[in-house]
Design a protein around this ligand. Structure first.
Ligand SMILES: [Zn+2]
Ligand SMILES: [Zn+2]
Length: 216
């Protein structure tokens, strides 16, 4: 099994100073088996596409776009991206009732395999889907805002294998003990208790921001 590459394209913070920031989240997932997959699109197309250019990501190469939930800090760049990328299939949570003319749109309710080794937890609590990605180390969870709750999301992702890591927005999550034992913790975007999490789990934690690249 080859390595999976995850690049944070859009976040409230930046690891690479030249990259733009904004309240939102977007990450590119490259498995090497299928065309790159973009999870969420940040709050605005300008920052999203400018960051992609700086990270040398070709928006036209994206084969699949997955939107976690219908909030504008995750959907804001979608329109601009679709204007450039004319082929990507789109996976929306069922609660996001949006049709995109001329585009293959899948409305996700239950868990499903989106691409080889990349699964959706399915829409949880009627609002949001997260990704469960199969890597050599186990399952890596990628979240948007974690509105359904981190406990619920990790539980749903665990159906696809042993969860070893999580990256994304954790929102107001404060049941920190749930994270104990994970070997990768990357609190991004809306995570309210970022510094508390990183202090409690300094070894597995990584600072999130646009430009962060993980090879898992
Ligand atoms: Zn949200
Ligand atoms: Zn958000």
């Amino acid at each position: 099994m080859g390595k999976i590459k995850i690049t944070v394209v859009y976040d409230n913070d930046a690891i690479v100073p030249a990259l733009g920031t904004g309240w939102g989240f977007s990450a590119l997932i490259e498995t090497g088996k299928t065309a790159p997959l973009l999870f969420d699109t940040g709050a605005d197309g300008l920052t999203l596409l400018d960051n992609m250019a700086r990270l040398r990501i070709d928006p036209g190469s994206i084969g699949t776009i997955v939107i976690s939930h219908a909030h504008s800090d995750h959907t804001g760049g979608l329109r601009s991206l679709l204007d450039i990328n004319e082929a990507a299939g789109v996976y929306l949570p069922a609660a996001y009732r949006q049709d995109i003319p001329g585009r293959k749109v899948t409305h996700v309710s239950g868990p499903l395999e989106i691409a080889e080794g990349v699964f959706s937890t399915g829409q949880l609590k009627g609002i949001e889907q997260s990704l469960a990605i199969k890597t050599e180390k186990g399952i890596l969870v990628v979240t948007g805002c974690s509105h359904p709750g981190v406990r619920e999301i990790i539980g749903a992702a665990a159906k696809f294998g042993q969860v070893y890591g999580i990256i994304g927005g954790f929102h107001g999550f404060n049941e920190f003990e749930i994270l104990r034992g994970l070997s990768l913790i990357v609190p991004c975007h809306c995570t309210q208790y970022k510094s508390e999490i990183m202090k409690l789990f300094p070894q597995p934690s990584r600072r999130c921001g646009a430009g962060l690249v993980l090879e898992e």
